[in-house]
Design a protein around this ligand. Structure first.
Ligand code: BGP
Length: 489
């Protein structure tokens, strides 16, 4: 029997997380092509409470316009916060906090600008060589997401995105290029970011433009099947190149709780949670779970598969399961009866009256993280990695560059306390990277003003500003958490 463990493991991977399209900027530098994230704007005239509902579905006209180099329309993500030119300074700040790891993604379009080229772009490969070397200079382990909402735009417009089976070949070509190039520099990989988020935004996840798919559910789950096959193939390549490397899957985990003890609410909750975990079920176990047939039949989806798919998936499950955790929400079987209780599109759930919410309506539930860790560990019996957790908030710079983000310290501290509880419960969790360790562009709202970082970046939502980096109060707080390995919370 495992002994009672009351502390974080000695080699616990404390760190922070970003994504290429949200942090790098340099959207058209050194041969990089346009990604779906580069052609993704936001409507700043939407009321603030709807900011999180801005996974805007691009139309083909907008996508065509975005590809026009003379495009005048503003795309916030193209700016990131210029990590591309500031990476040495930023990594030195991560090292000052004592990071053991840094979760990041490789921009597919720096390696294959359009996605269907035969040979990779050397300038792109060389950039990530420099980043990994800089991280290792400080003893920081890279944790790399191969695809994080930034697939080549050309694969969306020319091939229709992941619905097209050709995407498997293009992804495998890209994954092979980076897995072999960095096999001695990267030990921890993830195949796709939040592979289960296609229900929120098929465009950024699958390169699927809604207007072209009268049967959107079919497109989503056919695209997901192709991603499952691609993920299994990448896992096999990863292990062939370096048996010591670890390949993980990554899902968005939102704890769902029944709005009431009404059996209908309970069943609706179990079903919705299961459908979110369907994606990690497939990648962690290597096969379609028993409930798949009913789930797809109810969505009127019939998957097209190749004879070899089942064996490839079964032989190549991932080594670990990682997930993002921000919030929880309640589920009601009869939301129409709950006037005014419905959460925003991103949460999709019903507001839980026992919880507070962030300025973007994300309900804050630290104890839900302990529940999530136990649920996932019981389900998969595989090591877990928390690859995103953070509070998006409006930060204010006072006289003398003082930024008192005590609200962020409270949010993160409360969640880390619950990770420790889960460790006492016997859960094997080996790392935690808080989301947006430096202020970056928000995925759902495209704003920098939804700030997550320990490090403030002087940049506004339209890409203006000095890009100067400023340590917030949470910078030294997190430095101490890491230095004491989570003993002082
Ligand atoms: C997750 C994405 C991250 C990040 C995070 C915060 O879904 O994996 O890329 O964006 O959400 O959300 P947002 O940036 O929309 O505030």
């Amino acid at each position: 029997m495992k002994p009672l463990n009351t502390k974080f493991p000695k080699n616990f991977l404390w760190g922070g997380a970003t994504a290429a399209n949200q942090v790098e900027g340099a959207w058209d530098v050194d041969g990089k092509g346009l990604s779906v994230a580069d052609a993704y704007s936001f409507d700043e005239n939407l009321p603030k409470e709807r900011w999180s509902d801005q996974w805007l579905m691009m139309t083909y006209e907008q996508l065509e316009e975005a590809q026009n180099p003379a495009s005048k329309q503003y795309y916030p993500k193209r700016h990131g916060v210029d990590f591309y030119h500031h990476y040495k300074e930023d990594i030195a700040l991560f090292a000052e906090m004592g990071f053991k790891c840094y979760r990041m993604s490789i921009a597919w379009t720096r390696i294959f600008p359009k996605g269907d080229e035969l040979e990779p772009n050397e300038a792109g490969l060389a950039f990530y060589d420099r980043v990994f070397d800089e991280l290792h200079k400080y003893g920081i382990e890279p944790v790399v997401t191969i695809s994080h909402y930034e697939m080549p735009l050309h694969l969306a417009t020319e091939y229709g995105g992941w619905v097209n089976r050709k995407l498997v070949d293009f992804y495998v070509r890209y994954a092979t290029a980076v897995l072999s190039r960095y096999k001695d520099k990267v030990k921890y990989w993830m195949t796709f970011n939040e592979i289960n988020s296609l229900n929120h935004h098929p465009y950024t996840s699958l390169g699927v433009v809604e207007e072209n798919h009268p049967h959107l559910e079919q497109a989503k789950y056919q695209g997901a099947h192709h991603q499952f096959v691609a993920s299994a193939l990448a896992t096999r390549i990863c292990k062939d190149l370096n048996p010591a490397a670890q390949m993980g899957c990554m899902i968005s985990y939102q704890l769902l709780v029944p709005y009431s003890c009404d059996p209908d609410d309970v069943q609706a909750t179990v079903e919705k949670q299961r459908h979110a975990l369907f994606f990690s079920d497939v990648q962690a176990r290597g096969y379609y779970p028993a409930y798949t047939a009913r789930m797809l039949a109810e969505k009127n989806v019939v998957l097209e598969t190749q004879p070899e798919d089942e064996q490839v998936m079964r032989e190549n499950p991932v080594d670990y399961v990682s997930f993002s955790y921000y919030m929880s929400s309640a589920v009601s079987a009869h939301p129409e009866k709950l006037e005014g209780a419905v959460g925003n599109m991103l949460t999709g759930g019903i507001k839980n009256p026992y919880l507070s919410a962030s300025e973007w309506g994300w309900q804050v539930d630290p104890k839900g993280l302990r529940t999530a860790l136990n649920q996932l560990y019981d389900r998969y019996q595989k090591p877990l990695f928390i690859s995103e957790n953070g509070l998006g908030a409006i930060d204010t710079v006072q006289e003398g560059d003082i930024i008192e983000d005590d609200y962020r310290i409270s949010y993160l501290n409360d969640h880390i306390v619950q990770i420790k509880e889960a460790i006492k419960d016997g859960v094997d969790v080996f790392g935690y990277t808080s989301w947006g360790c430096i202020d970056i562009v928000s995925a759902s709202t495209s704003q920098v003003s939804k700030r997550y970082g320990f490090i403030y970046v002087d940049q506004d939502d339209m890409g203006g500003g000095s890009k100067r980096r400023i340590k917030k109060k949470s910078f030294d707080w997190y430095k101490n958490v890491i230095a004491t390995n989570g003993d002082q919370l």
